[in-house]
Design a protein around this ligand. Structure first.
Ligand SMILES: NC(=O)c1ccc[n+]([C@@H]2O[C@H](COP(=O)([O-])OP(=O)(O)OC[C@H]3O[C@@H](n4cnc5c(N)ncnc54)[C@H](OP(=O)(O)O)[C@@H]3O)[C@@H](O)[C@H]2O)c1
Length: 284
């Protein structure tokens, strides 16, 4: 059998990808720590349990890899998994990586290098997700509850991308429908325009009618806020420190990769906000 193993297959990007692949008639195996009982297209998979890795890979010739979330050191779990994928002859791996290099997370770079080193395997360097502006992400949760964005990124811009556009790009790469050179190993994926938090807040306000104010804070205060929201200590520090890089302009970039791979432009932030009606609304 051939098909695509979608790790993170119940998450924002993976679930959209699984839907797109199924729409193209591609066999999909959705990996999850809690697969629905009796679903032949779902498999139990846990990064923390290597015993689940081989069975998930068996028979699959392509894999979408969503590394462990909220980890500053994904290599110990993902490295052996990729080695096993190589051994089993997986011809295509698409790694969901990040354009942002977290300051204290060098193993994410090693992981990307490991993928790039294998012919046919590619890395997606995704920009910040528009979905971060929705609950349950701490950013979206703050908007929902308090109508505010607290940021240490100042007026630095990010090329925000809708996770569904990442899924569309991944789908093209996993089905070879993208008209891209076969030897390309790395794609920066962004939305159509880079926006600062104040600019994003203004768009949310304009399209929802609900004022969203921006509170400028320091990196330490931001890390404390993430910890309070339940983010693990090391990852909270990394996320906050990342905002220094945004403030310095390191994420102020856009690419044409989504258009090049899928044939259609990525969604704008305004379209995203309109679609989710009122991301700042407080439920009753
Ligand atoms: N947010 C951003 O701005 C941004 C930017 C660039 C890159 N990224 C990357 O995007 C990835 C997250 O993608 P997403 O937002 O689509 O995912 P998500 O919606 O946060 O969902 C997380 C997925 O990971 C799975 N998962 C969690 N713990 C797991 C474990 N121990 N073993 C196996 N699977 C596990 C979950 O599946 P189950 O719960 O069903 O097991 C779920 O499918 C992260 O690696 C992050 O670094 C995010």
């Amino acid at each position: 059998m051939t098909g695509v193993l979608v790790t993170g297959g119940t998450g924002k990007t993976g679930s959209a990808l699984a839907g797109l692949l199924r729409g193209k008639g591609v066999p999909v195996r959705v990996a999850s720590r809690h697969p629905p009982a009796g679903d032949p297209d779902a498999v139990r998979f846990d990064w923390e349990d290597p015993a689940t890795h081989q069975a998930a890979l068996r028979g699959m010739d392509r894999v979408f890899v969503v590394p462990p979330v909220q980890s500053v050191d994904p290599l110990p779990q993902v490295g052996p998994f990729l080695a096993e994928a190589r051994r089993l002859g997986v011809r295509r791996v698409v790694l969901l990586g990040s354009s942002i290099v977290l300051p204290n997370a060098p193993s994410a770079l090693e992981l990307a290098a490991m993928v790039r080193a294998q012919p046919g395997w590619v890395v997606l360097r995704a920009s910040g997700f528009m979905q971060n502006f929705l609950s349950p992400h701490p950013l979206g949760e703050r908007i929902r509850r308090h109508g505010e964005i607290r940021t240490a990124a100042g007026d630095g811009r990010v090329g925000w991308i809708d996770a569904r556009d990442i899924a569309a790009a991944a789908s093209a790469l996993l089905t070879e429908s993208g008209a891209e050179p076969e030897d390309r190993r790395d794609y920066l994926l962004t939305g159509p325009k880079a926006l600062s938090y104040p600019e994003a807040a203004a768009i949310i306000t304009a399209h929802t009618g609900r004022p969203v104010r921006v509170v400028r804070i320091g990196t330490d205060e931001q890390a404390a806020g993430y910890r309070t929201a339940g983010t693990p200590v090391e990852f909270a520090a990394a996320l906050a420190a990342m905002e220094d890089g945004i403030r310095a302009g390191r994420e102020d970039q856009v690419s044409t990769a989504v258009l090049d791979l899928t044939g259609r432009p990525p969604r704008t932030f305004a379209e995203f906000v309109r679609e989710f009606a009122d991301p700042g609304a407080v439920p009753d």
